[in-house]
Design a protein around this ligand. Structure first.
Ligand SMILES: C[S@@+](CC[C@H](N)C(=O)[O-])C[C@H]1O[C@@H](n2cnc3c(N)ncnc32)[C@H](O)[C@@H]1O
Length: 221
């Protein structure tokens, strides 16, 4: 069953107050690894899609220009509090926006990052197309996510809970091979991260080949 925007917003309205407690420390190694691999340069313009409560914000160097977007007002409100409280001046904007249909012009960013968003968003291939569009042609796309496990027993369990995806707000049976095939991502490195390497970090060159033809800029707020 597909998740949709309303389901994502509903789920994260519910998760927002306790999100940092449950998903803060557990996912932090992946957040740190992805930012370390970005090789940030002074003045780099970076976009983080699905920035959530902003758990990654303090990891970025102070000399970049970081923009974060998210679909959930409640998650974003927490990110804004964090930015103020920790005086994170490298965060130039936190905006409510659908990452599958962004309001940014083409080639706006040097690097575009999605942490734990691909199995949550309704149409992952559209999201990747949009990441490509707003990223400069020689830029980088970075993704960290859980993908379907290689072990058949674990994979069977993931399939069992898949029908609950609307309720949970993500697809537990999300296949890495299908994802790469559908999105035509030019993956330079695949790195296992977090507990038992159960999540995968994908470091990709921006290869600007649209896969879905969706590129209109459509505001949701
Ligand atoms: C699992 S949380 C990850 C949050 C954050 N990246 C982190 O590392 O904790 C997924 C986030 O992606 C957001 N999201 C899902 N689909 C989105 C979309 N199409 N556009 C913008 N944000 C989206 C959700 O609202 C939620 O805040």
């Amino acid at each position: 069953m597909r998740v949709d925007i309303n389901a994502v917003q509903r789920v994260y309205r519910r998760y927002a107050p306790a999100y940092d407690f449950y998903f803060g420390a557990m996912f932090q190694p992946g957040r740190e690894e992805i930012i370390a691999r970005m090789d940030c340069r002074p003045g780099d313009r970076i976009l983080e899609v699905g920035v959530g409560t902003g758990l990654s914000l303090s990891i970025y160097p102070r000399n970049v220009e970081l923009t974060g977007i998210d679909l959930s007002r409640e998650m974003l409100a927490r990110a804004r509090v964090r930015r103020r409280r920790e005086r994170l001046n490298q965060v130039v904007a936190l905006r409510l926006m659908d990452a599958e249909s962004m309001q940014f012009t083409d080639d706006s960013f040097d690097k575009v990052v999605a942490m734990y968003v691909m199995s949550v968003t309704p149409h992952p291939a559209r999201l990747v197309d949009e990441m490509r569009r707003v990223c400069k042609p020689d830029g980088e796309l970075l993704i960290v996510n859980h993908f379907q496990h290689a072990n058949p027993v674990v994979r069977g369990m993931e399939r069992l809970v898949a029908p609950l995806s609307r309720l949970m707000g993500f697809h537990p049976d999300f296949s890495l091979e299908n994802f790469i095939q559908e999105t035509h991502l030019d993956v330079v490195e695949r790195i296992p991260v977090n507990m038992l390497g159960y999540w995968t970090l994908l470091q990709c060159r921006n290869n600007k080949i649209p896969t879905t033809g969706i590129s209109s800029m459509q505001a949701i707020a």
